[in-house]
Design a protein around this ligand. Structure first.
Ligand code: SAH
Length: 256
């Protein structure tokens, strides 16, 4: 059994308890060195073999994990944030399954959750947005047809854009083809939950300039949408004194 573990966004105490326990028991840890906080490796036991996957290929990673499994050792494949987002885990799981090796995934706190937490923001504000679009600009990894930024921006929903902080001028252009305007609020969140975290609030019109001035071009998320406005949302029905829920009686304020 090989454990794929979400390391969380960076702060070492934002890994799950289960993830930390698996790290502590591991004989081999292969971690995504470009983004996982190395402080997490301090949770491993003495003698644990530690490999940085940044310099490895998929066949090398699979080979190391398979060999450890054959030797009866416990392995953890440590991915940043939550492994289900831009983690490239599926190809590893499939290769290992093809070798008859079973795997288990332990979720992690994604950077998009840490970014909202640091901003004190809520992505899904009533009357503003009830939808979060998680996406990226096409880079060396292409984006399938119909999923380009301009098409997704047509909804005017909350957008969380990964892997795109190095392309802010082009990203802004694409976003403006949708429902957003130059005044739409945006934020660039660099290394959410790390000591060097930067929270840069701006509008779409000055997003590129903001990134350039702060020297932020990687390890950052771009957040876009009116959920970042200082006011203009409606209060939830859930906590409205007039609203009846399964737990409390009141007068309905509308449907949820
Ligand atoms: N699985 C990860 C995402 C990996 S893709 C997750 O759930 O967060 C790598 C991209 O994630 C980076 O280019 C950046 O856009 C974003 N990212 C990862 N960690 C971050 C952090 N602490 N703060 C801001 N963005 C981060």
């Amino acid at each position: 059994m090989i454990d794929f573990v979400g390391a969380g966004p960076g702060a070492p105490d934002l890994i799950t308890k289960r993830g930390a326990e698996l790290l502590a028991k591991a004989d081999l840890v292969i971690y995504a060195g470009s983004l996982v906080n190395p402080a997490l490796l301090g949770l491993t036991k003495p003698g644990c073999r530690i490999l940085n996957s940044a310099g490895m290929t998929l066949p090398q990673v699979v080979e190391e994990l398979s060999r450890a499994e054959a030797a009866g050792l416990r392995s953890v494949r440590l991915h940043t944030g939550d492994p289900s987002l831009y983690g490239a885990i599926r190809e590893q799981l499939d290769e290992l399954a093809g070798r008859g090796i079973s795997c288990r995934v332990t979720p992690g706190v994604s950077s998009f959750c840490a970014a909202a937490a640091s901003l004190g923001a809520e992505y899904t504000l009533p009357a503003v947005s009830q939808t979060v679009i998680i996406t990226r600009m096409a880079g060396r990894t292409p984006v399938p047809p119909g999923q380009d930024i301009a098409s997704l921006a047509a909804h005017g929903a909350t957008m969380v854009i990964f892997l795109s902080a190095g392309m802010l001028p082009r990203l802004t252009e694409e976003l403006l083809k949708g429902a957003y305007t130059p005044d739409t609020p945006a934020a660039l969140v660099y290394k959410a939950s790390w000591p060097e975290e930067k929270l840069l609030r701006c509008t779409l019109s000055d997003l590129a300039k903001t990134g350039k001035q702060a020297g932020v071009s990687r390890t950052a998320l771009v957040l876009v949408g009116d959920f970042l406005k200082e006011s203009g949302y409606e209060k939830s029905c859930l906590y409205d004194p007039a609203f009846t829920t399964g737990y409390r009686k009141g007068e309905p304020c509308g449907s949820n």
